[in-house]
Design a protein around this ligand. Sequence first.
Ligand code: AMP
Ligand code: MG
Length: 346
Amino acid sequence: MYKRKIIYFLIFAIIITTALSGCTDNQQPTETLSKDSFMLGTFVVVTLYDHQNEEIIDKVFNRFDEIENRMSINIETSDVSKINDNAGIKPVKVHDDVYYVLKKAKEFAQISHGAFEPTIGPLVKLWGIGTEHERIPSEGEIEENLLKIDYNKLELMEDNMVYLSEPGMVLDLGGIAKGYAADEAKKILLENKVESAIIDLGGNIFAVGSKPNGDAWRIGIQDPYRVRQKHVGIVQDEDISVVTSGNYERYFEKDGVRYHHIIDSKTGYPARNNVAGISVLSDTSIQGDGLSTAFYVLGVEEGLKLANSLDEIEIIYITKDKKLYLSKGVKDKFEQTNEEFQIVTP
Ligand code: AMP
Ligand code: MG
């Protein structure tokens, strides 16, 4: 079952990538360099449009490896696993990468009042969505695990020491690590004078610089109802991160209810609201990633309030009743391409 999902996901990721490059078609030079791999829990593709240097692209993939080895909850020797193993026992010294991501994670938790919740691990494990163990837990199990969730008990101390102060707490950086990885990839590309590239981490896009001819990139926003092929619209911009969280990425269905992978830390259940997808446009992908997860949980009303209070990001909500809610600054950059959806200006 899980394998089948991975295969579907791979097909989906390839189509997204094709759709994206389709958007950039006729002006592309033929001499692009692209590499892909399954890592960071997703299908990763990096494409350089103005360089042919494999060393640069290898540096980026080595960096992805490093980040995964430090942050994955599935790698026993990762810093995150060490923090989890020592929950309620003792603080652990972590690498600068991990410390930085945890600082950001806590900041996003604070501004979203726990909608982004880096200590969501016990509930992610309990539901097991996208794994062989996925199931609907009992109320009792949910209650019990909710007690272990509180970002205030994630202590970031001097000298890169990190402590989860209660036994049984579990960090999960699945909602933010890919964003950090994209930012680090971009940094490497800029250091190597790349001015035109697309970093695609399972549909989370960092469009670096501009198209090789100097035009802005055109990035498709996924239609949650036709995941395989369609966009609701196009974002046109340079040097921009576009990160999407959706209820169609990883889920199972039982008795007509969809149980997806973004958990509301207040209820212990997959977030239940009118959101089908939420895309965040930002200068850094760590913000886009952390906040896309938060905006999913917050829902349209609260989410738009938060987005409009933050200067550095813009958002596009797609709701289950096929409406598009845009934050204030999106309108100049967004072109609707699918008339089935209706733009609502709140
Ligand atoms: P994303 O696809 O970026 O929205 O991230 C979803 C992933 O983040 C899940 O697969 C979990 O690993 C983790 N996660 C789930 N719910 C939350 C939450 N409320 N806050 C932070 N991370 C979460
Ligand atoms: Mg995220």
